[in-house]
Design a protein around this ligand. Sequence first.
Ligand code: HEC
Length: 227
Amino acid sequence: MVVALVAAGCGAPPNSSNSDLVNGKKLFIGKATCGSCHTLQHAGTKGTQGPNLDAAFVNSRQSGFGDSVIAGVVRDQIAHPRRGSIMPGGLVKGKDARDVAAYVGSVAGKPGKDTGLLASVGTTNNASKVAAEKAGKLTIPADPTGALAYVFGKATATAGKVTFAMPNQAPIQHDIAIKGPVNGKGPIVGTGGTSTFTATLKPGTYTFFCTVPGHEQAGMKGTLTVK
Ligand code: HEC
C-alpha cells in the first residue's frame, strides 16, 4: 500500500465532508458493483474476486493515514486499475467516483457498523416477508434499491410443477436459483429483466439464492418450504 499512498499524493484527495456518503455506499453495493468483488464490513459485502478492503487499509489506518488519504487511493484505483486487472477502469466517474471513494475512505479498516441514514442503505427488512406460490407460480423480486437481497426472506409452495419468476428492478444483475431436494436456476438478468425457470418440486426445505458471485454470501437468499 505504501506505493499507492505516495502516488495518491499527486492528486488532491477528495474531501469527505463534501461527498455524499449515502450515494457512495449505494453505488459501492449496487450499480458500481464494487461489493461483488470486494469484502467491506460496513457495506455488508462479501465479494472475494478482489482484495478485502478492510484488510487492505487497516495498516494505513494504524499508521495514521486519515479518511481522505485512503479515499484518494481508492479514487486512483477506480480511475486507473493495474493494466490487465480484472477490476474494470472507470466503473464510476466524476462526483459518483468521489462519493464511492469517500465512503470507502470513511469505513475501510474501521471496526463497527454504519449508523443513521447510512445504516439503512443496503439492508432490507425482509426476514418476515413470505412469498406464497399461487397456481404454480412463485414470484420473488430482487430488492429494487440495489441491496443484495430479495424482497422476500421466505417462500412457500405446494409440491409439483412451479414456475419461479424474479423480476429485477435493481441497478445490478441478479438471478434466482434453488438448492435442496431439487435444484434449479434461471438466467442472470439486468435491470428490467425477469429471471425465470420451472422445477418439479418435492416436499422439503430449500434455499433460494442469487448465483452472481458474492450475492448469496452477502445475504441474497431465503428459505423455501414445500409441502
Ligand atoms: C470484477 C471485480 C472487481 C470489481 C467490480 C471492483 N474491483 Fe477493486 N479490485 C479487484 C481486484 C482483482 C483488485 C486487485 C488489484 C489488481 O488486480 O490490480 C482490486 C483492487 C482494488 C483496490 C486496491 C486494494 C489494495 O489492496 O490496494 C481498491 C481500493 C479497489 N479495488 C476498490 C474498488 C472499488 C471502489 C470498486 C467499485 C467502483 C471496485 N474496486 C470494483 C477487483 C474488482
